[in-house]
Every structure is written in C-alpha cells, then in structure tokens.
Write a protein that binds this ligand. Structure first.
Ligand code: NBP
Length: 503
C-alpha cells in the first residue's frame, strides 16, 4: 500500500469519530485515523479487524505527520474532537503538516463564531475549512447522519461525494428515512440528508438551531408525558402506548418513537418501569444555551427554545426543589375522568406547541442569515433533517412544502397547513394549558408556545404602555400610532401629571 492512499483522514476517535470513520469506510473510501492518545486508535483498529467488514480501508496513524503523509492531495481531514479549545489545539498541531489547498473539516459541535474565525485564519494560510454539523449521535454517525456543512462552495464540491455517500438517505417521494444500513452494507439510493448550507459558520449555526429545536421538542414531549401521568394517573406502560399511537399520525418522529420505547421499558434493576427510577435532573451543554443566547442577541422571540433550556436548569436544582416542595404549596392535581378526550387534547397541544417551536427556530435562522450574510434555503434545511438526526419527523416534509409554496414565508405559522393545524388545535391547547395551571403542573414549553402564538397574532400588544413608561423615567422616546413610523417623540412629563403621594 503506498503511503498516500487514504481518501480522507479522521482526527478524534471517541464515539463520533469511530462511527463516522466506519461509515466512510463502508462506503468504499479509505480513511486514515488518528487519536491524540494512540492507544485508542490501536484498540479501534484491532476491534475493527475482528468485527468490521470494511476494516481494510482503515489506516491507523500514530502521529499527525504520519496521518498527513497517508492522505491524497489536496488533503481532506475531519476533526471530531471536543469542541472549543481542543479543536484549536488540534488545528494548531496539524498546521505544520498541511499544504495549500488542503481542507480541514470540523465535524464537532463548534460555536459558529469559532468556525468563522477558524475559516478566516486557515484561508489566510492558503488552507480551506469546512464547519459541518453532524447530527444523529452514535447511530447516525455509523449508519447515516444528517450533515450540515458550511464553507466555500469549491471546498464543499470536493467534500460532497463523501458527505453525500455517508449521510442518511430518505425516499425521494415520501421523504421517509430509508432503513436497513448494516456494517459493510450501506443503504443504496435515496436522497442524502446533506446539502451545502452556506459560507463559513452557516453549517454550525444551523446545527446549533437544530439542537435548540431538539431541546424544545424533547421538553414538549416530557410535558405531555407529565400531564398524562398527573391528570390521568396513567402508568408508564399506558403512556408508552399513547406515544406509540401518536407515532402513527402527524406527530410521527424519532423522538416520539423512542419515548414510547422508553416508557414501556421495565426497570432491569427491580420492579416497575425504568423511567420512574431515573433521577429527574437534566444537564445542558453548549448548543441549547447558544441558541437561546443567539435569539436574545438577535432580538428573536424564541421564548420556547429558551424555556426548554431553563426547564433543564430548574430540573438540575433537585435538592432545592425537594426542600421547596415541603414549604411551598399549590393545588392538588385532580384526576380527569374522560381519558380519551384528554389524550386527544394533549396530542393537539403538543402538535400546536411543536409548530410554534419550529416557527421560532426558523425565525431565528432567518434573522441570523441577515446578520451574517448567509442565504439559507429553509426548505432544504427541513429536508436534510428528515433522516439521520434526532429531530427527524414526518412533520419536516410539511416545512419543506411550506417553503416550496412561499420561499419568502415570514413565519411558519402563516403557512396554510400550519395555520389550519393551529386553528383546529388551539381550543384543546388552551384547555390543556389551563388545566395544567389550575392543577399546578409546570408546562413551561406548552405555555410559552401558546404565549408566542397569541403574541404573534396580536395586532396590538401592551408595549404602548411599556414604551410610555420608558419615556417617563428615561426619556427613551416613543412613536405614535397617528404619525408615520420612525418619527420619535418625547413627552415633557409635567410634574403635576406624575403620581402624587397622598398624605
Ligand atoms: P468528545 O467530545 O468526548 O471528545 C473526545 C475526543 O476529543 C477524543 O478523541 C479526545 O482525544 C479528543 N481530544 C480532547 Br478531549 N482534547 C484534545 C486535544 N487537546 N487534542 C486532540 N484531541 C483532543 O467526543 P465525541 O462525543 O465523539 O464528540 C466529538 C465531537 O462531535 C464533539 O465536538 C461533539 O460535541 C460532537 N458531537 C457529538 C455527538 C454525540 O452524540 N456524542 C453528536 C453530535 C456531535 P483523547 O482520546 O486522546 O482524549
């Protein structure tokens, strides 16, 4: 074997790197693999030699110099290392072995601003850089992830054959993910769940929003579960069956499907159901927080996405909550009698809230593209999320359809399909949120999504008073409804108009 045989290189052989490397090898590409601690690379290669049909296409490298030496020119090298400082350190260590025209592909969950900076730095050295979101966790990486690459069009053109080959595939007509990939036997045909997202940080921004949407999708499902449990007194298995039934309709999605599986899972360590034994605290990593922060910075009302992050933060205060539960009182939850009716109502509340959550995510990306100079194709984004990623869902086809009807759609809620779904679901949605409030069951995502819907559809909001307050105490000025927009006034508040303290 000559030393320049590998089509592509991989740095980072933790769970994502190993699985994506095998996926690439399964598709007939030779891949040189490297890990900072070489033992991991050696273990990986020797495990693969025992179990993996494509192991002959994996070439181990103990040093970055060796890795670079094994690659065809111009080199393509994927990084799947811990996001942040580790990525910068890895790039710095790799630089001495790269030549003009080589392409570094960061598949980690990088912050899009880091990606913009890294691309600029590498371009200045004659190198090319692609920041690609990789979604779908371990299984996605192994058998077909959703891939969201950002970078120059010409760098993308060189990576595209490999990215198109290894991405998840969906049926061209139905948009349903094609099943059946197995080690050494990739799926044949279908439409790949990847596309060039845009320049520099566009791919990582879109991946971040994907993760923000994943946060809210999961939180909404948790609230539906909690309402079914606390308003109907259903056991986990009965709730699992409700989710299985929901998975047959409009809500059909990977997250609804796995929720059904999880709820039906008995506890392997004892009596009862597994989910009832799991501690109720959730962690949150960078991307959900970044999505909420970006929404705040760009002034986009993605309140439900932010609520999903806060809900995790509140869950993490377990000890405080346990103490507070002994001090702070609320209403006793009253069991509802009409099970079928409430299940249908919660389903509608979930679907309506989900529409709002996605509307927020897409509104955020629409604003971001203006700020960062991207030109995102929203129909394509929904399309490449139909397979491979955690938020894959039947529903995404409706989003693609909505942008096909109107590429300049201002908000998903205005599309006729989604508008009608919200109109037909809203009575149930309001009833469910009211029941939650009356019974003291926290539903921050359901409630904030409804507030978003009601706020967005209100021609007039009480911000008139707010702006008047700002003018009163800070001379912040206001616009008038009877004057053209953009003209600002200030009322010289006379002392006698100010509230007087009564003696
Ligand atoms: P981790 O995020 O746990 O990172 C571990 C890898 O980073 C190991 O290969 C480790 O090498 C390497 N690394 C570290 Br830590 N510091 C390094 C340094 N200074 N120089 C070189 N290598 C260093 O791995 P992962 O879970 O496979 O994720 C990889 C990337 O993919 C991350 O950015 C992650 O956010 C993203 N991602 C993960 C998932 C998922 O489901 N896990 C999904 C989508 C995206 P070592 O073995 O020598 O310590």
């Amino acid at each position: 074997m000559n030393s320049q045989q590998a089509d592509i290189g991989m740095i980072g052989l933790a769970v994502m790197g190993q699985n994506l490397a095998l996926n690439i090898a399964d598709h007939g590409y030779t891949i040189a693999v490297y890990n900072r601690h070489a033992e991991k690379m050696k273990d990986f290669i020797s495990q693969c030699e025992k179990n993996e049909p494509s192991s002959s296409r994996l070439l181990g490298a103990e040093t970055l110099e060796e890795l670079a030496g094994k690659l065809k020119r111009p080199r393509k090298i994927i990084l799947l290392v811990k996001a942040g400082e580790a990525t910068d350190k890895t790039i710095d260590s790799l630089l001495p072995y790269l030549e003009a025209g080589d392409i570094v592909i960061d598949g980690g969950n990088a912050n899009w601003m880091d990606t913009i900076r890294r691309e600029k730095d590498l371009n200045a050295k004659g190198l090319r850089f692609i920041g690609s979101g990789v979604s779908g966790g371990e299984t996605g990486a192994r058998f077909g992830p959703s891939l969201m690459p950002g970078g120059s069009a010409e760098a993308w053109a060189e990576l595209a054959p490999i990215w198109n080959a290894v991405a998840a595939k969906v049926d061209a007509q139905t948009g349903v993910p094609l099943p059946g990939a197995a080690p050494g036997k990739p799926v044949e045909g279908g439409v790949p769940c990847t596309a060039h997202i845009g320049p520099n940080g566009a791919g990582h921004y879109v991946k971040m929003v994907h993760n923000g949407i994943e946060y809210i999708d999961m939180q909404l499902i948790c609230e539906a579960y909690w309402l079914l449990k606390n308003l109907l007194g259903l056991e986990s298995d009965a709730i699992g069956k409700v989710f299985q039934a929901w998975n047959q309709g409009e809500l059909s999605s990977y997250l609804i499907e796995i929720t059904g599986d999880i709820l039906l899972q008995p506890d392997p360590a004892g009596e009862g159901y597994f989910v009832d034994k799991v501690l109720d605290t959730a962690g949150q990593k960078g991307t959900g927080l970044w999505t909420a922060t970006s929404a705040l910075e760009l002034g986009v009302p993605a309140n439900s996405i932010a609520e999903a992050v806060f809900a995790r933060c509140l869950s993490a205060l377990k000890d405080e909550r346990v103490e507070a539960s002994k001090v702070l009182q609320g209403p006793e939850a009253k069991m509802e009698k009409d099970q079928a009716r409430l299940v249908a109502a919660i389903r509608d509340a979930l679907y309506s809230s989900k529409i709002c959550a996605y509307a927020q995510g897409f509104q955020l990306m629409a604003e971001a593209q203006k700020v960062y100079g991207w030109s995102l194709d929203f129909g394509t984004l929904a399309q490449i999320w139909r397979g491979g990623c955690i938020i894959r869902a039947k529903f995404l086809q409706k989003i693609t359809d909505a942008y096909a009807i109107d590429p300049n759609l201002k908000n998903l809620m205005l599309d006729p399909y989604f508008r009608d779904a919200l109109h037909s679901g809203q009575n149930h949605w309001r009833e469910v949120v009211s029941l939650a409030v009356l019974n003291g069951i926290p539903t921050p995502a359901f409630s904030s999504a409804l507030a978003y819907f009601d706020g967005y559809r209100s021609a007039r909001l009480p911000a008139n008073l707010l702006q008047a307050q700002r003018d009163y105490f800070g001379a912040h000025t206001y616009e008038r409804i009877d004057q053209p927009r953009g003209q600002f006034f200030h009322l010289d508040w006379p002392a006698e108009n100010r509230p007087q303290l009564k003696a």
